[in-house]
Design a protein around this ligand. Sequence first.
Ligand code: ATP
Ligand code: MG
Length: 341
Amino acid sequence: MAAISVIPGDGIGPEVVESALGLVDAFGLGLDVDVLDHVGADRYRREGVALGEADLARVAASGAVLLGAIGRPDLEHTGYVRDVLLELRYAFDLYANYRPVRLWHDRLSPLRDPARRALDCVIVRENTEGLYSGIGGNLRASSDHEVAVDADVNTRHGVSRILDFAFATARREVCLVDKANAVRAGGRLWQECWRRAAERHPGAATRHLYVDAAAMKLVTEPERFDVIVASNSHGDILSDLAAALAGGIGLAPSASLNPESGFGMFEPVHGSAPDIAGRGVANPFACLLTAALLLRHLGHDTEAAATEAAVAGSIAAGRTTPDLGGTLSTREATRAVLAAL
Ligand code: ATP
Ligand code: MG
């Protein structure tokens, strides 16, 4: 059984995955890696399938999967991305999207006030239901009376388990974000599950914010947050806001987890970035920080912390790709991190 299965994917995916695999290799942990090079847009175009049963079996036989990026502009309106990402998400029931947000260097903060830079929080996003359930449709389509409906699906099971995960993740506080004052039925369910989850986890402090207030407070007092838990759509939006506060998408790692099985999919928050793909300038740090999450998940805490420190050191020394103001290529920035190790 391979310790890690790897789907490099499209665009800059293979470029940043190469960096991450170089990092894992440098630690000499003897981790067996199974690379699924063929999963991607070319195969989807040829065969109409990007991720087959045999691929899923290989992924299932590993302890975790590292994914670069999936997406190609000319396949945007096909089922391609959903096919791969949702297939993986549902096959392994990866309901907990875990997005740590840390400001690795003051220089990267868009906020002027130094007190606002002690940013170190985690966004826990529900990954399998909510507004992105795909249930809905267009009534009287193309007429002047067209009505478009997208169902916001929340189940007691789904809400309870993501709240439990948030409490298990908290160091000092869990902040529930919702819009229960305007979206009533789902709001009621989240609020009730929230009260029960808080009773099950008396250790952590709790806080509740409506999503509009949460967006404001992430900018005005980001240092106050520890764990933020939110539905699929709210978590999606807030995590991009938080990523921007921490230096941008080139630095944001994520994991989609099933805490019960212990299986996880690890991927940088950014996509395939077709505008810079093939030029060797993609920032590898998001994928290196993603590899750090993966290493920690597999029990290699020392290596994970060393990776994070080396990335922070490279940023401090200005040894970065152009998106962070540096002049290095993807490979040079990766070497800078490896040298700092
Ligand atoms: P996808 O459809 O795969 O999500 P996208 O067009 O949404 O791709 P993203 O990858 O999300 O693109 O990137 C958005 C912007 O951020 C692009 O301009 C891209 O070049 C930039 N970007 C994303 N990732 C990186 C990175 N690792 N290094 C530098 N720039 C990046
Ligand atoms: Mg995108």
